[in-house]
Design a protein around this ligand. Structure first.
Ligand code: G3H
Ligand code: ZN
Length: 305
């Protein structure tokens, strides 16, 4: 089916107390693994590309691959810009056909984050494309962050309410204890902070850096309004494992497909497990996604073509 926007999908998730996985892809096999898992699980899915992925694949090829994979899929798929760094990048991705945008102004001073986010929302809302933005900072594990650093970077609930009101965003990425690119799931989220944010903000909330979060904590966070969960590092680990396993089994092989097929299967299995954990399995229909309010709700509103 044609790509849909994230707005209706995340609102259905919020209402239905599940989360949609937003899976990062850097190449064709990762896209295929993600979409295949979604189809088999009957799950809505967000496929997201970062600036790094765009640099690696090229914007038009990345967009074309995801669009084609989505059109062949029988579940709703969103193409999302992950951690968009500027107004210009958001405009470029909107023009390319992305159906969900993000501006990450978390490193900017607050008023500048508000200003640029608002400008992107004004621009993209003309054609009905939703925008995610980040408040507080989800830090990077490569910066050797301490617990005190993570705590100091957490989202302030009152500021979150002000930010949502002033920017008009459709979803908010919150810093509640996760750190990007952790290689083991060890972090516990600050659920009390999430509850305090939820009490003041009624749009869908987004968890970044999920690869480093304990599954039990993710499940609890979904109950308190996390509706989109970003997963990248775990998929890269599964991808690399496929290549290493393929090499170990047959180091003389010179056909890349034999190893990349193992990588694709590995990515697919991680995505499948996450969809089950997040409760999104079984929430897609052939024409849209299920929500408790409208058991067979069409995603027609989210269609762009
Ligand atoms: O934006 C992407 C994510 O927040 C992914 O984080 O690599 O820790 O899973 P992760
Ligand atoms: Zn992130």
């Amino acid at each position: 089916m044609p790509l849909v926007t994230s707005k209706e999908m995340l609102e259905a998730a919020l209402e239905g107390h599940f989360a949609v996985g937003a899976f990062n892809a850097n190449n064709m096999e990762q896209i295929q693994g993600i979409i295949d898992a979604a189809v088999e699980e009957r799950s809505p899915v967000i496929l997201q590309v970062s600036q790094g992925a765009i640099n690696y694949v090229g914007l038009s090829l990345a967009t074309a691959m995801v669009k084609t994979a989505a059109e062949e899929a029988t579940v709703p798929v969103v193409l999302h810009l992950d951690h968009g760094a500027s107004f210009e990048q958001n405009v470029t991705c909107l023009r390319a056909g992305f159906t969900s945008l993000m501006f990450d102004g978390s490193k900017l001073v607050y008023d500048e984050n508000v200003r640029i986010t608002r400008k992107i929302v004004e621009m993209s809302s003309v054609v009905g494309i939703p925008v995610e933005a980040e408040l507080g900072k989800v830090l990077q594990s490569r910066d050797n962050v301490s617990e005190a650093d993570v705590r100091a970077a957490m989202t302030d609930p009152d500021q979150a309410a002000d930010f949502v009101e002033r920017t008009g965003i459709s979803s908010l990425a919150v810093a509640i204890g996760s750190v990007h690119a952790m290689e083991a799931a060890e972090a516990e989220l600050d659920i009390d902070r999430l509850k305090a944010i939820r009490a003041k903000v009624n749009i869908p909330l987004v968890l970044h850096g999920s690869s480093g979060v304990k599954e039990s904590s993710e499940v609890e966070a979904i109950q308190y309004g996390i509706s989109k969960i970003n997963v990248a590092t775990m998929l890269n680990q599964a991808f690399i494992k496929g290549i290493l396993d393929g090499y170990a089994a047959n180091p003389a092989n010179i056909d890349p497909r034999k190893w990349l097929a193992l990588s694709r299967d590995g990515v697919k299995e991680v995505v499948r497990q996450k969809m089950r954990l997040f409760g999104s399995s079984g929430k897609a229909t052939a024409s849209g996604f299920v929500s408790p309010a409208t058991s067979h709700r069409s995603a027609e509103l989210g269609h762009l073509e």
